[in-house]
Write a protein that binds this ligand. Structure first.
Ligand SMILES: *[C@@H]1O[C@H](CO)[C@@H](O)[C@H](O)[C@H]1NC(C)=O
Length: 177
């Protein structure tokens, strides 16, 4: 009898323990995945967003997401990219649509990036839709997560501009450049 109730107590405590660990793990953002993992599991390069992600939510139901960065900032890719503090969009396999909060500098003008797509099956390229323009970029540069810089320091000295790698051959294809 005594042994039996001890056993029951033990399994009761054990199930309490598992229940509480389950409760804790479901609290963390999107089942403990990082936004990097959500991107890579969607066939997208994980470095599309910088390392300063403070918080995010992701709905696996419709793919919609909200990312909050520490603050608005810049990363120098082949083109300079500006991130708003808050970025929203919808992730599907191989694409982000309804994107809001990312801009690309092109010929001295900032253009909103509405959509980002990769080829399926994957190629070496990634496509940023800037309104009517489909900008073809080398996907490799988005594979690693970059640190994000404040405006002025990253606007780039002339040295930074000279360091930018020569653009890959941009073959015009309809409006793809
Ligand atoms: C970004 O979202 C956070 C959390 O919802 C909010 O506190 C902040 O004001 C937003 N920032 C901007 C620039 O809208």
């Amino acid at each position: 009898m005594v042994t039996n109730s001890k056993l029951h107590m033990g399994s009761f405590l054990l199930s309490l323990f598992f229940a509480s660990t389950l409760a804790i793990s479901s609290v963390s953002a999107s089942n403990g995945k990082t936004f990097y993992e959500i991107l890579t599991q969607s066939g997208l390069p994980g470095g599309l967003l910088p390392d300063s992600v403070k918080d995010f939510s992701f709905s696996s139901k419709d793919g919609s997401f909200v990312v909050e960065l520490e603050k608005s900032c810049y990363v120098q890719f082949e083109n300079l990219v500006n991130y708003d503090q808050n970025i929203t969009g919808t992730i599907k396999y191989g694409s982000i649509t309804n994107l809001d909060g990312i801009k690309v500098k092109r010929f001295l003008l900032w253009r909103d990036v509405d959509e980002i797509r990769v080829d399926l099956p994957p190629s070496d390229f990634i496509y940023f839709h800037l309104g009517l323009i489909n900008k073809k970029l080398d996907a490799g540069q988005f594979k690693t997560v970059h640190s994000c810089k404040d405006g002025l320091s990253s606007q780039g000295s002339w040295k930074d501009i000279l360091k930018v790698p020569t653009p890959i051959n941009e073959v015009p294809m309809l409006l793809t450049e």
